[in-house]
Write a new protein. Structure first.
Length: 367
């Protein structure tokens, strides 16, 4: 099969359909949407539920909490880009299977820059695992058991737990602004098995999955999404290149690829996407969805990525919420004129997002 030529609109429609963001294309349940996304960045914990609600039916606060704490089919831990992500258990282990060695080396280097060598790091990890033997612990409780971490700078970014997480030994059993808890994976979810693939084969499978969910995309986009370096990804990518369909995208440079069958005719829908949404974080080049002249209004200083309103395949506004008793107010800040049809869809989409966060009533205000 030769190179396929796509317009920018066709490329957008393919990606949006695979993300469940076109009309009539929502996934049947949160787990199906999560599989399509592979992982959702949850450094900001409130991102998870709205990201799934935008793409799936039955995405309520109760169903998502059940997947995390009862069924334990979702796992939270450090993975892509060395940040916190939530994924299906098997996909979390796939990402670690492909990237654990590099992620662990990155954490060791980070600790080494703070004067903590390999021997000391192993000792601290052993103490953490011992402390978590009886039950999950909050960070304060954990630091009572492992006092080394008390008051350490940047400990809230994972200085204490990231290393064990990327080794597949620890997860976040609870993540909230008030209290985050850590658990040993072997005790929290003993049904979860390590990825059976070799590191090389796991990386190849991750490449296939990425281009099936985020394509048309470039190898540079994949590296951005994973935070993985060029040397290892190039060899793995070249091994699976023949399985991918090469495409050109109107107005875009570089070789773009798709994995698997795709549709080009799906109509974009109005959606509310949360902070650090996979559509924004899944590629280096955002311009299919976010014009370059508006990028700074979404990608803020200090690494902040705003929640956005998606309409007709483009980012049209940012949004934030204000809690007013039992009601969640959605404050919309448009980039320009908002069509009546977009405005009419906002209360419905806001209610979906609110229900995923445990609220039953909403108001929508446009500034």
């Amino acid at each position: 099969m030769g190179v396929v030529n796509l317009s920018a609109e066709e490329a957008r429609s393919i990606i949006l359909a695979r993300h469940g963001l076109t009309q009539g294309a929502r996934y049947a349940d949160p787990a199906s949407a999560m599989r399509a996304l592979i992982a959702v960045q949850t450094q900001y914990p409130a991102s998870l539920a709205p990201a799934l609600a935008a793409r799936a039916e039955k995405a309520t606060a109760r169903s998502i909490d059940r997947a995390l704490t009862k069924e334990k089919i979702f796992l939270k831990g450090w993975s892509l880009r060395q940040t916190l992500h939530t994924a299906l258990a098997e996909d979390h282990m796939l990402v670690l299977g492909a990237m654990s060695a590099r992620l662990a080396a990155g954490h060791e280097k980070w600790m080494g820059s703070r004067g903590i060598g390999r021997e000391k790091l192993d000792e601290l990890h052993a103490q953490i695992m011992e402390a978590l033997t009886e039950r999950p612990l909050g960070r304060k409780e954990l630091h009572e058991r492992v006092p080394f971490y008390k008051g350490v700078f940047m400990v809230g970014w994972g200085l204490d737990a990231m290393g064990l997480s990327v080794e597949g030994k620890l997860i976040l059993s609870r993540q909230a602004a008030a209290k985050t808890e850590f658990a040993r994976l072997d005790q929290w979810a003993p049904h979860v098995e390590r990825c059976p693939l070799s590191e090389e084969e796991a990386l190849k499978e991750l490449i296939r999955r990425y281009f099936a969910s985020y394509g048309p995309a470039t190898l540079s986009d994949f590296r951005y999404w994973t935070g993985h370096g060029a040397s290892r990804t190039s060899a793995a990518f070249n091994s699976v290149r023949e399985e991918l369909t090469e495409v050109t995208v109107e107005g875009k440079k570089g070789e773009h690829y798709i994995y698997g069958a795709y549709e080009k005719s799906a109509r974009p829908a109005v959606r509310l996407l949360p902070k650090f949404d996979p559509l924004m974080m899944g590629r280096r080049d955002k311009s299919l969805f976010l014009p370059d002249n508006l990028r700074e209004r979404v990608f803020r200083k200090a690494g902040q990525v705003e929640a956005v309103v998606l309409a007709e395949g483009q980012v049209r506004a940012t949004w934030r919420t204000v809690r007013r008793g039992k009601t969640l107010e959605f404050v919309i800040e448009p980039f320009g004129r908002m069509k009546k049809s977009w405005l009419a869809a906002l209360p419905r989409e806001a209610l979906r997002a609110a229900k995923s966060l445990g609220f039953g009533e909403v108001t929508v205000t446009t500034t």
